[in-house]
Design a binder for this molecule. Structure first.
Ligand code: PEP
Length: 250
């Protein structure tokens, strides 16, 4: 079975103006042209037009950080999949722990978003992960399995083989405290096993599962070398050109 293409996906969160984003991606293009991984930048919605334009003709793909599942309507402040697709956005990050914690995003909402993103011809990057309390309680596997099982409800085998799952332990996000290679590998393996239970081994061999949580240039290569880890979802380090370049090449 051919190894899955490694993905280095940046999640900029609420950082960079459209002009800063454009300049960053214009510089990044040359640096990652021969990276060998799939390079994705997850940027604030208002930066999407400038970033899609800047990334044109390069190997950089563009992700939004959120979307609404409804096609249109009275949802002040929200953005639809058709709007993102019209801009030529490739991926949408959904279910990030910050959106779950600060904006009340539930597993059911994440499932509806995944459905809408796929229907629009884009791919979701579905985040999951346990809190420190849940890890200490020994319920990490159950929690992550539940999150992913609900997120994937109703999706076809073909869809699941193309989408991306990101395992991000909440205690490792933005804390500088990276999960060990073994901890990250264990949970990514649990997720792959769940995908195999639900969709069969062939699908599970294709679905990319990323690790996220304080990934840096100094730890990316060893994490990405683990058998069930197919790259990283990177917050802080994706805002720095030299760090992100090294991660994309790890
Ligand atoms: C994230 O926001 O998805 C993330 C993993 O952040 P950081 O890399 O800064 O921990």
């Amino acid at each position: 079975m051919a190894k899955r293409t490694i993905m280095a996906a940046g999640n900029w969160k609420m950082n960079k103006t459209p002009s800063e984003a454009k300049a960053f991606v214009e510089s990044l293009k040359g640096l990652v042209a021969d990276a060998g991984s799939e390079v994705v930048v997850g940027v604030p919605s208002v930066c999407l037009p400038a970033v899609v334009e800047a990334a044109k003709g390069s190997n950089i793909k563009v992700a939004a950080q959120n979307v609404h599942w409804e096609a249109s309507g009275a949802y002040t402040g929200e953005i639809s999949c058709a709007m993102l697709k019209d801009l030529n956005v490739d991926y949408v990050i959904i279910g990030h722990s910050e959106r779950r914690e600060y904006f009340g995003e539930t597993d059911e909402m994440i499932n509806k978003k995944a459905r809408a993103i796929l229907d629009a011809g884009m791919l979701p990057i579905i985040c999951c992960g346990e809190s420190l309390t849940q890890r200490e309680q020994g319920v990490t596997a159950e929690h992550v399995r539940y999150q992913i099982k609900v997120a994937l409800l109703g999706l076809s085998a073909e869809e699941v083989s193309k989408l991306v799952i990101a395992y991000e332990p909440i205690w490792a996000i933005g804390t500088g405290k990276t999960a060990t290679n073994e901890q990250a590998e264990e949970v990514c393996g649990i997720i792959r096993k769940l995908v195999a239970e639900l969709y069969g081994d062939d699908v599970a061999e294709k679905t990319r599962i990323l690790y996220g949580g304080s990934v840096k240039a100094s730890n990316a290569a060893e994490l990405f070398a683990m058998p069930n880890i197919d790259g990283g979802l990177v917050g802080g380090a994706s805002l720095k050109l030299d760090e992100f370049e090294k991660i994309a090449k790890a």
